[in-house]
Design a binder for this molecule. Structure first.
Ligand code: OGA
Ligand code: NI
Length: 361
């Protein structure tokens, strides 16, 4: 049941291997007490009593197809405000068939239910595959989740040895879903450019040849959800993230004004958030917000995050049109691949990764 993870230390180039259990196996063992390695410090524990106040904005994609300029303009302003104030929103009427969303969740659920030996054929290596990501040391507190991470688009990025062959339609469904999500990413990127008064293709051009990757998260039930986290607080290193999640079970929390707010799932909707790359490209106008996932006692939960980002060799920096005397450049330019190396080699650490690119004033 152990899954080893090789980590290269960027400071000296040495590699270390850390063994971590498959959480699903632990969860179904009738645990008497929770293993020490999952227990969070007092201040990291989820406070499950947060009063439910307000929810992240809901954007109706239909409004952008209407003839009425007024409807469109209002929705565009709402979208821009959502990305500035929340960094997160949900989209409805996105045009992706519900049957495809359901099957996407279905293929991952069926994969999760396969015998362990079958799943371990896809064991994580160099940040791709099945297991746990971001295990950077032997004494680090672990997340209560198992993950399947796959480079997805363009097709030449795929490492097919990590793509499950069971269930039989796994590969084909993921492929179809990725094409739909890429279209949605392009639409949102052009709307966001427009919202800032830029040419609609401004952000898409900075992204260059866009790459998509998929992170499927499985959060087994946990006997002590008050002591653990399903996913440590982090911001996404990529440009835009589209999250498909279970309809029934709340798990995603976002950090707004220092408070953790649970996101209520809307059946058929998708959650979209701004990642670090888009914060940089927008010169800090749009916010890449810290978020985390919590677990619960009675039910498991799955979520499928699809990350879209500029390709690895792209030089990323703020759009020149957004910089002037009143709006000084806040981030230095860097190659996206360097950022990913920096991100993957550190343990998920809130928004710490973006310090890499911040220009200190
Ligand atoms: C992620 C993520 C949230 C969730 O995979 O980056 O933030 O609810 N997931 O699983
Ligand atoms: Ni995330």
């Amino acid at each position: 049941m152990f899954n080893s993870r090789l980590v290269v230390d960027p400071s000296d180039g040495t590699s270390k291997s850390f063994s971590v259990p498959v959480v699903q196996e632990l969860a179904y063992q009738n645990l008497h007490s929770l293993p020490e390695r999952y227990i969070r410090s007092e201040k990291e524990r989820p406070n499950n009593s947060i009063p439910y106040q307000s929810d992240i904005p809901i954007i109706d994609m239909d409004m952008f197809l209407r003839d009425s300029d007024l409807c469109r303009q209002k929705e565009l302003e709402k979208l821009g405000a959502a990305c500035q104030q929340w960094g997160f929103f949900q989209v409805v009427n996105h045009g992706i068939p519900l049957s495809l969303l359901e099957r996407m969740k279905g293929i991952f659920r069926e994969f999760i239910q396969l015998p362990l030996e079958e799943k371990l054929k896809y064991k994580v290596q160099e940040s791709e595959g099945y297991g746990q990501m971001f295990v950077a040391s032997d004494d680090q507190t672990l997340d209560w989740a198992d993950v399947l991470y796959l480079a997805t688009l363009p097709p030449e990025n795929r490492k097919m040895n990590f793509w499950p062959t069971k269930p039989r339609d796994f590969r084909e469904t993921l492929d179809r879903y990725a094409v739909e999500i890429q279209k949605l990413d392009n639409t949102v990127l052009s709307l966001l450019s427009e919202n800032l008064g830029l040419k609609p293709d401004c952000f898409i051009n900075i992204f260059g040849k866009m790459s998509l990757s998929t992170r499927m998260n499985y959060y087994p039930p946990c006997p002590r959800p008050d002591l653990v986290l399903g996913l440590s607080p982090h911001s996404d290193a990529t440009g835009l993230t589209v999250l498909l999640q279970d309809d029934e079970t709340v798990g995603l929390h976002i950090c707004k004004d220092g408070e953790w707010i649970p996101v209520q799932p809307i059946p058929g909707a998708l959650v979209i958030n701004i990642g670090d790359m888009l914060e940089v490209i927008s010169n800090g106008i749009f916010n890449s917000i810290e978020h985390r996932a919590v677990t619960n006692m009675d039910s498991d939960r799955i979520s499928i995050a699809m990350f879209c980002a500029p390709s690895g060799e792209t030089e990323v920096g703020p759009a020149p049109e957004l910089i002037d005397e009143l709006h000084p450049c806040k981030y230095r330019k860097f190659i996206r691949q360097e950022y990913m190396q920096h991100y993957f080699s550190s343990r998920l650490d809130g928004k710490g990764s973006l310090e890499f690119a911040k220009i200190k004033s």
